[in-house]
Design a protein around this ligand. Structure first.
Ligand code: GEK
Length: 246
């Protein structure tokens, strides 16, 4: 069991930029489940997708792995022989806790795909040839001018037939669509027990560090990076997950 997210429940005199520090790590599983519509389905399905696309004797990357939820799912479903997962995050507290969770998974389940967890800035990582890359709600935290280079590096590292899974919060150019899906996202958070104060303070904390793009911007950037096709496989309100094919 992890702690309940109460980080923004009291009025804060000053709201600092959101950071993936010890406090956030402690409540992260609760926070992401109550904040991202469809998160458990996305995690489970990423395992199935990786199981389908992972190639024998290749690497699978989970970039911005946080506590390794997608990695844990992939370890259960990837059956290609000789596959190895590299899970990377630049938050030391995330990486430490992720390692503990993966050891606990090893103790409970047999025949899991081997994994290595590394502390690294994914925009500076030298990616090795790989068959599957997962960016599950991570690209939105990379400064916009660095996003194309990261996707180009991923495309270059992917083997023929390789796949990128890209999950993101979406922005919409049509103001009506933006307002209606944003409103429904707040309805989702309130239904999960967050107060108006928590929602407002979290929004102020995160608005500078997390910058969502529209679907059009994502798809243009993916094709600029070299991907031949990209399409949505899941959407709940303003959160979606895409598959981008080498
Ligand atoms: C999940 N994928 O549960 N390099 C490495 N990691 C980074 C960087 C960077 N430059 N910038 C941010 N991160 C996870 C959820 S959370 C999404 C991903 C969210 C990391 C950051 O430390 C955090 O762990 C993660 O990206 C984003 O399937 O909290 O909404």
């Amino acid at each position: 069991m992890t702690d309940t997210d109460k980080l923004f429940s009291k009025p804060l005199a000053q709201i600092s930029d959101f950071a993936f520090d010890d406090e956030v790590v402690r409540v992260f599983p609760d926070m992401i489940k109550r904040s991202v519509p469809g998160y458990p389905t996305i995690i489970e399905t990423i395992g199935l997708i990786a199981g389908q696309y992972a190639q024998p004797d290749s690497l699978v990357y989970d970039l911005g792995c946080s506590l390794g939820a997608a990695t844990q799912s992939m370890r259960r479903h990837v059956r290609a022989s000789g596959c190895r997962i590299i899970a990377a995050d630049n938050s030391a507290p995330m990486v430490n806790r992720c390692q503990e969770y993966l050891l606990a998974q090893d103790a409970m389940v047999e025949q899991l795909t081997p994994v290595e967890v590394i502390e690294a800035d994914i925009s500076e990582l030298a990616l090795q040839p790989c068959s599957v890359v997962v960016l599950n709600f991570t690209l939105q935290f990379i400064p916009p001018p660095r996003r194309l280079k990261l996707l180009t590096d991923i495309h270059r590292a992917l083997l023929p037939g390789g796949l990128l899974v890209l999950s993101e919060k979406l922005a919409f150019t049509d103001p009506h669509t933006q307002l209606s899906l944003e409103t429904m996202h707040y309805v989702f958070k309130r239904a999960n027990g967050y107060s108006e104060l928590e929602i407002a303070q979290k929004r102020s904390a995160i608005e500078k560090v997390m910058q969502p793009d529209t679907l059009e911007v994502h798809q243009d950037r993916l094709s600029q990076a070299g991907f031949s096709r990209s399409h949505i496989w899941f959407q709940s309100l303003n959160f979606c997950s895409m598959m981008a094919h080498k």
